[in-house]
Write a protein that binds this ligand. Structure first.
Ligand SMILES: Nc1ncnc2c1ncn2[C@@H]1O[C@H](COP(=O)(O)OP(=O)(O)O)[C@@H](O)[C@H]1O
Ligand SMILES: O=P(O)(O)OC[C@H](O)CO
Length: 507
């Protein structure tokens, strides 16, 4: 058998796959606390992430014969930034989670220094627009604002990592020789890796004043990196796969061919389109990212449309508005009680908008409200917002790639909502294939880890033949209908822009 650690934003999981099969047969998950010390900030305790993983390992290990485990793969929430003292193993600050926008001012400082003030200035180097989403901005914020971090950097004791690096360093020995590594997919989200060379880029390091000694070594996504050495039952087991969780879902959906695309709907939603060995630079607001790299083979690239708020809007309707009690039970049933949104549009730009707009000054807006509007219309508009944001990404992808995305493979807990799936097909004008297992994320890195040279419990070509079982939702709207509604959505988006810039002057 082989196993996977899946360290997502809300939960960490430990999943077991029997050798030569992709049918997961044991798993345990633990929720991770989220801290919001200020509006727009989101932190987690790196020690809690580790403890959660150890708890999961201990529970699952009781159900199996640990000596049968041949390898382990790790997949993780991306961009989340951790700094720790390499001599003590202590975190120097809480992890700054990907959706945290405290680095907005750091973004403005970097933009102000550019001759063209252009958010796409560094895109040719790293594939990404300037945004507080990416790790380098969070890391610079930590270095500029946190005394312990400054001190540890000066004493050359501070090291940085995304969640994968933190886990691997700890599992492979920590202060006693832990491996300080990351894989190309995670590194491609830091804003510091050159998207062509796959090494840390000197211009970017200079821009952020980050010494390379702080950074992990960049490795492929599939190779034996080392063995577990931390005094747990897993000691001696090799680690042979690391993938950012959205790239892992792309692999888990078996999107190995150029032109195949998947969208994962969780608190955010992330649409990745496989562009093969070709690194496509987007002119329409998408990011270029590494999909995976198998050992010494050339990297496979993807275009990505990242949406910050998808399922998170449902949590907001539940926790802040009290419109629903239970997201899974109430969202679909209430939204179905109305035939449409009554011309209400909801742009959930709680912390700005990611792709394709990249506007940190946008804020949430609900427009078209009348005396006729009920909470059911707003819930339905929140579901539609996820579909419209996905359509924004599909439009951008079609322009960048020339060939329209023919079908969309989808996964994530939110896809259990059948109404959402039908709305997605109708609003996107595209057939939607929902994976019958909503959690294909763990599956992706299981494939990648099993495929590594020297492990060989899985062969990627096997995965080609065996497509993921899915349910299909076909569009039922005409082009005219969906284009008319999409035009209205774009009007709503326009109204959400520029809001945050006026806030401090008016309050
Ligand atoms: N049936 C549903 N309808 C609408 N939204 C849902 C449904 N089920 C789950 N969600 C939303 O999807 C998200 C699930 O996220 P989850 O799988 O826990 O991953 P993450 O770690 O990204 O939060 C939550 O925001 C939740 O509110
Ligand atoms: O919130 P998750 O766990 O779906 O993952 C988030 C992404 O990796 C952020 O880029």
């Amino acid at each position: 058998m082989w196993v996977v650690i899946d360290a997502g934003t809300r939960t960490v999981k430990f999943c077991v796959f029997p050798t030569h099969s992709l049918k997961e047969y044991a798993e345990h998950a633990v929720d991770i606390s989220q801290y919001t010390p200020k509006e727009g900030w989101l932190e987690q305790d790196p020690m809690e992430i580790l403890d959660g993983i150890y708890q999961c390992i201990n529970v699952v290990a009781k159900k199996l014969n640990v000596s049968d485990i041949v390898t382990i793969g790790i997949t993780n929430q991306r961009e989340t930034t951790i700094v720790w003292d390499k001599t003590t193993g202590e975190p120097l600050h809480n992890a700054i989670v990907w959706s945290d926008i405290r680095a907005n001012d750091t973004v403005n400082q970097i933009l102000a220094k550019l001759p063209d003030n252009n958010k796409n200035h560094f895109k040719s180097l790293c594939g990404l627009p300037v945004s507080p989403y990416f790790s380098a901005f969070k890391l610079k914020w930590l270095r500029d604002n946190v005394k312990q971090v400054k001190k540890a950097c000066k004493a050359r004791k501070c090291i940085f990592g995304t969640v994968d690096s933190w886990i691997v360093w700890n599992l492979t020995g920590g202060v006693n020789g832990g491996l300080h590594i990351t894989d190309v997919t995670n590194a491609s989200r830091t804003f510091l890796m050159n998207i062509d060379t796959l090494y840390w880029d000197p211009v970017l390091l200079y821009t952020f004043h980050i010494p390379s000694s702080l950074l992990p070594e960049i490795r492929s996504s599939s190779e034996i990196y080392g063995k577990i050495k931390n005094g747990t039952v897993l000691d001696g087991i090799p680690i042979s796969g690391i993938l950012g969780n959205q790239q892992s879902a792309l692999v888990g959906q078996h999107c190995f061919k150029v032109g195949q695309a998947k969208n994962t709907y969780r608190s955010g939603c992330f649409l990745l389109y496989n562009t093969g060995t070709l690194r496509v630079q987007s002119s329409h607001g998408l990011v270029t990212t590494v999909a995976y790299q198998l050992g010494n083979s050339p990297p496979i690239y993807a275009l990505e449309g990242s949406v910050a708020v998808a399922g998170a809007a449902m949590n907001w309707l539940r926790d802040n508005m009290g419109f629903i009690n239970n997201v899974q039970e109430d969202t679909e049933s209430l939204a179905k009680e109305v035939f449409n949104t009554g011309d209400v549009y909801f742009v959930p730009a709680f912390k700005g908008l990611y792709a394709p707009y990249w506007r940190q000054d946008a804020r949430g807006i609900i427009c078209g409200v009348t005396a006729f509007t009920t909470k059911k219309h707003i819930i339905r508009a929140a579901l539609e917002a996820v579909c419209f944001q996905t359509r924004d990404i599909l439009e951008a992808m079609n322009k960048d790639c020339g060939i329209p995305v023919a079908k969309l493979h989808v996964d994530g807990k939110m896809t259990t909502n059948n109404l959402l799936m039908q709305l997605q097909a109708d609003i996107g004008g595209i057939p939607v294939f929902r994976a019958q297992s909503q959690d294909v994320t763990a599956l992706g890195v299981a494939i990648i880890a099993g495929n590594a040279a020297g492990i060989d419990v899985w062969n990627i070509s096997d995965a080609h033949q065996d497509s993921v079982p899915s349910d299909t939702f076909l569009p039922t709207t005409t082009d005219d209908e969906r284009d008319a509604r999409y035009t209205k959505w774009k009007m709503a988006v326009q109204r959400s822009l520029g809001w945050a810039t006026t806030k401090s002057r008016l309050l």
